[in-house]
Design a protein around this ligand. Structure first.
Ligand code: ADP
Ligand code: ZN
Length: 213
């Protein structure tokens, strides 16, 4: 099963893709996480992408495409995966289709998570992330038991460099201009399904599961 989660930044793709990973026992691949790891490991790729990310701009297509191409060749991807944050442009979607077609495969399902921009701003600016396990919290909507400390692993919580109001606004703009057109791209392929992305984590997950076969 090859699944794609679409949706604006802060729509819950990260949370839901992890739940899907566990339910279907397939890897969850987040280009945002891969890029952040490259930045903190100070790889050649990391050196090129940090500035784009901090400004809330998309990283250039060719860098992301090369990175994902490599990741999808790993053995754990043989039985499918859930993609979180990729594709984010029509070019990326076309390249993914080409990549898959060349080995006789295809994207099976695309689920778009719908959340309005006002809610996204609140979600992202209050978000705190664990440095060690990437678990996510929110200052008011989902506070950790102990301030600044991750519940499951005890790691330190931090605010992502791109979760400030100004950068969130740029991310939303990038989404509208470059990523939202993907809905039409997958609608034309007959693959697009939409789920309301507000409510409890479990309700949203149930909605997604009822959409994917
Ligand atoms: P969110 O979905 O909340 O914006 P991500 O962690 O998915 O967060 O992405 C963070 C940043 O990483 C993006 O703002 C962008 O700069 C970069 N990025 C992630 N995925 C892609 C992609 N497919 N194409 C281009 N840039 C990407
Ligand atoms: Zn943690």
């Amino acid at each position: 099963m090859r699944l794609i989660l679409l949706g604006p930044p802060g729509s819950g793709k990260g949370t839901q893709s992890v739940l899907l990973r566990d339910k279907f026992n397939i890897p969850q691949i987040s280009t945002g996480d891969l890029l952040r790891s490259a930045v903190s490991a100070q790889t050649a790729l990391g050196a090129k992408v940090g500035e784009y990310m901090d400004k809330g701009h998309l990283v250039p297509d060719e860098l992301v495409i090369d990175m994902i191409k490599e990741r999808l060749q790993d053995e754990d991807c043989n039985n499918g995966y859930v993609l979180d944050g990729f594709p984010r442009t029509v070019l990326q979607a076309e390249k993914l289709d080409e990549m898959l077609a060349s080995v006789g495969e295809k994207v099976d399902e695309v689920v778009d998570l719908e959340v309005n921009p006002e809610e996204i701003l609140i979600r992202l600016t209050g978000r705190r992330t664990c440095r060690d396990c990437n678990a996510m919290f929110h200052l008011t909507l989902k506070p950790p038991k102990q301030s600044g400390i991750c519940d499951p692993c005890g790691g330190e919580l931090y605010q992502r460099a791109d979760d400030n109001e100004q950068t969130v606004m740029s991310r939303l703009e990038e989404y509208e201009n470059k990523t939202a057109p993907l809905k039409e791209f997958y609608r034309k392929q007959g693959k697009l399904k939409s789920a309301k992305g507000s409510g409890s984590m479990d309700d949203i997950f149930d909605r997604i599961c009822s959409l994917v076969s």
